[in-house]
Design a protein around this ligand. Structure first.
Ligand code: FAD
Length: 391
């Protein structure tokens, strides 16, 4: 079989690339080993797919080369994807500032991409594992269990390592290495933290509670909700900061962001000397959390018995709560994989490997990772379009 372009991976980036190349008149074949296309889209955003972020800028991406993503994101901005969504009549809602979700189901986005592929004449073949990829004269040979396919260009869109049960594999990294391209170390990102047994036990009664916090690690700070879980700490604040946290480093949490707790308590002590820390916490935090904190730290005496340094210590415990996480939940639950194919190997205009003409890498397999909030899909769309316009 002979086609112009083989795309390996029918996820967000691969399908976007397929439609773009198809509309240019290229004969496109998408191969994927999974049963269904776009499985991560289906499970994304709690089943509603946070498909883009209107405020997406290159600042919301991590990469060894932070400038790499600029060109593709500029040429295919969030507005362009929103227009596509609206052309397909998909209702959407803006949740947090700029974060666009489907009003219905994430499946609407997969259906839209498959429809685009159909209109563009790009064929999507599922349940097809790729056995080998070789460079041949003037192109590539792709071997599957049932077929040998020749193509001028091959696009690797096999994503990262997160959620192996959804078909994630290291295939993309292996192909990069096979062709002598550098792959930067990978690790789980946008992932919940696990805790050492003593802290886990202490926080167990709080499982299911969500509160706004500010989390700091690795020189970054995020003000978002924290969710206590029976395994550890999750919620947007923890997911965001996990991408910047390194094993062994502390994680600092401000349980009362925006407040000056030391000043609050000093004022309270003057106004209500018999008052307690628990009464103060009850005014600002869920009751259960206040109780756990007071039991833990032994904050039971009336405020008048606290010297200024004592109030300062309470404030520090609340606003600079320093945790040493045991680790993260890893690829099992991570939303993304940090690291990957080194961007220095690729053209930022086309995603083509500079040293391997005709071989392209797009989406999550590349060392470009977005913050939480629709940025990762925006990278998948933008890098997919960049390659689709060039293959
Ligand atoms: P993928 O979408 O992962 O697609 C890769 C495809 O390649 C898959 O279909 C896979 O089956 C196929 N494949 C892999 N290996 C092989 C192989 N060896 N042979 C053949 N095919 C192969 N991002 C957001 O922006 N907003 C969200 O709301 C959001 N929510 C998320 C929720 C969860 C639970 C998870 C896990 C991720 C979420 N993300 C979200 C991240 C987002 O899903 C990814 O960044 C995005 O899907 C990456 O697109 P991709 O096309 O590069 O890879």
């Amino acid at each position: 079989m002979q086609v112009d372009v083989v795309i390996i991976g029918a996820g967000a980036a691969g399908l976007m690339c397929a439609a773009t190349a198809g509309y240019r008149g290229r004969r496109v074949l998408v191969l994927d080993h999974a049963r269904k296309a776009g499985q991560k889209i289906l499970m994304s955003g709690g089943g509603r797919c946070n498909f883009t972020n209107l405020n997406s800028t290159p600042n919301q991406f991590l990469s060894a080369n932070p400038r790499f993503c600029i060109s593709a994101l500029k040429r295919y901005p969030p507005q362009a994807f929103l227009e596509l969504v609206e052309r397909h009549g998909i209702e959407h809602v803006e949740k947090a500032a700029g974060q666009l979700f489907c009003a219905g189901k994430a499946k609407d986005i997969v259906d839209m991409l498959l429809t685009e592929c159909e209109w563009a004449g790009a064929e999507v073949q599922m349940k097809t594992a790729v056995k080998a990829l070789e460079a041949i004269d003037g192109g590539y040979r792709v071997t599957t269990a049932d077929d040998t396919i020749s193509a001028d260009s091959v696009v690797i869109a096999t994503g990262g390592l997160s959620i192996p049960t959804m078909g994630a594999t290291p295939f993309g990294y292996e192909i990069a290495r096979q062709f002598g391209l550098e792959v930067l170390p990978t690790r789980a990102g946008l992932v919940p933290f696990t805790l050492h047994p003593d802290l886990k036990e202490r926080l167990a009664p709080l499982a299911g509670m969500s509160i706004p916090v500010a989390a700091t690690a690795g020189g970054m700070r995020f003000e978002e909700p924290l969710l206590f879980t029976h395994r550890g700490l999750s919620g947007p604040a923890m997911l965001q900061i996990s991408s910047f946290w390194q094993p062994g480093e502390p994680l600092v949490i401000d349980l009362l962001p925006g407040r000056d707790v030391a000043a609050d308590l000093t004022e309270r002590r003057a106004a209500r000397p018999q008052g307690t820390v628990l009464q103060y916490l009850d005014d600002h935090l869920p009751r259960r959390l206040g109780r756990v904190l007071c039991d833990w730290h032994g904050w039971s005496r009336p405020l008048q018995e606290y010297p200024q340094s004592g109030l300062q210590a309470v404030a520090e415990a609340l606003q600079q709560w320093t945790i040493h996480p045991a680790g993260t939940e890893g690829y099992r639950t991570a939303e993304v994989t940090l690291g990957g194919v080194d961007t220095r190997e690729l053209s930022s205009q086309t995603m083509e490997a500079q040293r391997q003409p005709g071989l392209f890498f797009i989406g999550e397999v590349v060392d470009v990772t977005g913050h939480l909030g629709g940025h990762n899909f925006q990278w998948a769309w933008a890098s997919g379009v960049a390659a689709g316009q060039s293959v």
